[in-house]
Design a protein around this ligand. Structure first.
Ligand SMILES: [Zn+2]
Length: 157
C-alpha cells in the first residue's frame, strides 16, 4: 500500500511546482499537463519560416529571370532553325518566346537585274537580328518581305 504512491518517475509540475511520483501525463495537484504543449508551435514556426524562405527565394528567382530577359533577346540555333519560311513576323517572334530582336534593319532590295523589268514597287526587306546563345559572334538573321519570312540564316560575325 505505502509503496504504491511512490511508483513512477518523479515529476515536478511547472504550474504549481508540486513534485509527484506518477505515470500520469497530468499533474495530480493542479490537473495541468506536464508536457510542454507549445512544442508543436515551435515546429509550426519553423515550417512557416522555411516556407517563407522558399517563397522569397522563388520570387527573387523570378525577378532575376525577368532581369535577364531584359537584355537577352537571344535564341538557340535550334530555335532559329525551327522557324519556317513564309511565317509572318508576329508568328516568328511568337515562336522565339516573344522576344524582341536586338536589332531591326530595313534593307532596300537591290533593283531588278539587268534585262528584267524592275518592279515598280520597291520591295524592301525588314530584317530582325537575334544573338545566338553560346556563340557571341553569331547572329540569326530573319528577313521579311511584305510581312513574310523570306530568308532565315545564321551569320557568323
Ligand atoms: Zn501542478
Amino acid at each position: 500500500m505505502e509503496g504504491e504512491a511512490q511508483e513512477g518517475p518523479l515529476k515536478i509540475c511547472r504550474h504549481c511546482s508540486v513534485a509527484s511520483r506518477t505515470e500520469a501525463e497530468d499533474c495530480p495537484a493542479c490537473g495541468k499537463p506536464y508536457r510542454r504543449q507549445f512544442r508543436w508551435k515551435i515546429w509550426l514556426a519553423v515550417v512557416i519560416i522555411v516556407a517563407a524562405f522558399f517563397v522569397g527565394f522563388g520570387v527573387r528567382k523570378l525577378l532575376q529571370n525577368d532581369d535577364s530577359n531584359d537584355f537577352a533577346g537571344t535564341i538557340t540555333l535550334e530555335q532559329g532553325a525551327a522557324v519556317a519560311l513564309g511565317d509572318s513576323r508576329s508568328e516568328v517572334i511568337e515562336s522565339l518566346d516573344g522576344q524582341d530582336p536586338v536589332l531591326e534593319e530595313d534593307r532596300a532590295q537591290e533593283g531588278g537585274e539587268a534585262g528584267q523589268d524592275a518592279p515598280i514597287e520597291s520591295s524592301a526587306q525588314t530584317c530582325l537580328y537575334y544573338p545566338i546563345v553560346g556563340d557571341p559572334d553569331a547572329v540569326w538573321e530573319f528577313c521579311f518581305q511584305d510581312d513574310v519570312l523570306v530568308s532565315s540564316s545564321s551569320l557568323e560575325g
